[in-house]
Design a protein around this ligand. Structure first.
Ligand code: PLP
Length: 442
């Protein structure tokens, strides 16, 4: 990317972009909701489509001068259907600003406030917009939460079906934020149909794996499919809603004017570019490699004696269960790994004894490193580096007294500065990372 105009006009922002470039190049980005967008995607998303107002949909805008945005939005819709292999039986809305407003738009489009919705609990892998009480979804609708099996830590479809029959939700959400296994979308759809509910799949995390053919698709049966475009799909930050044609009018109205105003046509242009890339054979190779890398990472962590939620991974992500060390230590691991320039996120695990801000797990994903060209050998190495940090630092106790926790974290972070283990791992991280180019930067 060329930032010469910013460099001339705004050295402060330019400096921050350059620092972030360096961070993204020299570190190991292992957050499962991230990946690297290509230069072409970034150029489209930063293009002059930014300047245009275009409320409503192609052919019926509230503004003049929409000839080109109409074409780019229609092109994006066409490519979205092609990439996911769906025909005219599905409509697709490409205007949602991001995954959260997309989900809320679906709820307000198809339901009344207070209606019952079924979804997976947040600490079992569900998203905030799947009915967390601190999110608008949980305040405006009556959520009934299902859980993963206490022992296997995977979905138990019989239990979900029984809960659905008992509670009769109007909509059932499948698709998660933190679930390392394959989702049987057909079973989830059948459970919904059995109780007369609308089936919704939120494939935000795994959209790229579905397009790449390494995770079963929720098409052509699921009623509504929402997805972000910036996770494994490697597009700009945005979202799409697919729906069966019968829901087209309601969904479109739910997005605009129900939830949003003017669409971000520059983002839509970027999504169109990302979808074209996602239909190339190289993308299929990337998706296959993401899963292979995830399995290699899991094997590496298991061989170091660490415990993984559900015992491993079938997709792009996995979670280390830190409970064997003690509760509430996810934040220490996030900080220690960050000090060594490995980015992960602390994550609640099923039946976590600690609250979400001090959870007992960390979540790791392989999409960003795979998009840099890393393969099994590099992920095994990354796993060994992660394990070294975990074993060194997860022994630090999290105080039970809530008042003392933030102080404990501060103190922990201050000890990292002089840690030889951090210094060593950081040097190895940099040596490994800088061997691989970064899409959009190099
Ligand atoms: C990331 C995610 C979202 C929300 O996306 P944002 O773009 O962050 O608003 C919604 N649902 C799931 C399952 C996600 O993983």
């Amino acid at each position: 990317m060329n930032y010469s105009s910013i460099q001339n006009q705004d050295p402060e922002v330019y400096d921050l972009i350059k620092k972030e470039e360096q961070r993204q190049k020299e570190g190991l980005e292992m957050i499962p909701s991230e990946s690297y967008a290509s230069s072409a995607v970034l150029e489209a998303a930063g293009s002059i489509f930014n300047n245009k107002y275009a409320e409503n949909y192609p052919g019926k805008r509230y503004y003049g001068g929409c000839v080109n945005v109409d074409l780019v939005e229609r092109l994006c819709q066409k490519r979205a259907r092609e990439a996911f292999g769906v025909g005219k039986e599905y409509h697709v809305n490409v205007q949602p600003y991001s995954g959260s407003p997309a989900n809320l738009a679906v709820y307000i489009a198809l339901l009344d406030f207070g209606d019952p919705i079924m979804a997976l609990r947040l600490d079992h892998g569900g998203h905030l917009t799947h009915g967390n009480p601190i999110n608008l979804s949980g305040r405006a609708f009556r959520f009934i939460h299902y859980e993963v099996d206490a022992e296997k830590e995977t979905l138990n479809y019989d239990e979900i079906a029984a809960l659905a029959r008992e509670r009769r939700p109007k909509l059932i959400v499948s698709g998660f934020t933190s679930y390392p296994r394959i989702i049987d979308f057909k079973k989830m759809h059948d459970i919904a149909k059995d109780v007369g509910a609308i089936s919704m799949a939120d494939i935000s995390h795994i959209a790229g794996l579905i397009v790449g053919g390494v995770h079963p698709s929720p098409f052509p049966f699921t009623d509504v499919v929402t997805t972000t475009t910036h996770k494994t799909l490697r597009g700009p930050r945005g979202a799409m809603i697919f729906c069966k044609s019968e829901y087209k009018e309601k969904i479109d109205k739910g997005v605009f004017p129900g939830m949003q105003g003017g669409p971000h046509e520059h983002t839509i242009a970027g999504i169109a570019v990302a979808l074209k890339e996602a239909m190339k054979p190289e993308f299929r190779e990337y998706a296959e490699q993401v899963v292979k890398n995830s399995k290699a990472l899991a094997a590496s962590l298991l061989s170091e004696g660490l415990k993984l939620v559900s015992g491993g991974s079938d997709n792009h992500l996995l979670m280390i269960d830190l409970r064997p060390f003690g509760p509430g230590r996810g934040i220490f691991m996030e900080k220690a790994l960050e000090a060594a320039e490995i980015s992960v996120n602390k994550q609640p695990i099923p039946n976590d004894p600690s609250p979400p801000y001090y959870p007992s797990g960390v979540r790791l994903g392989t999409a960003p490193l795979t998009s840099r060209g890393m393969k099994e050998a590099e992920l095994e190495k990354a796993g060994a580096l992660v394990a070294r940090i975990v074993k060194e630092f997860a022994t630090t106790e999290m105080p039970e007294d809530k008042e003392k926790r933030s102080e404990a974290v501060k103190e922990f972070v201050s000890t990292l500065e002089d840690s030889l283990v951090i210094k060593e791992v950081k040097a190895q991280v940099k040596a490994l990372a800088t061997k691989f180019p970064v899409p959009g930067i190099d």
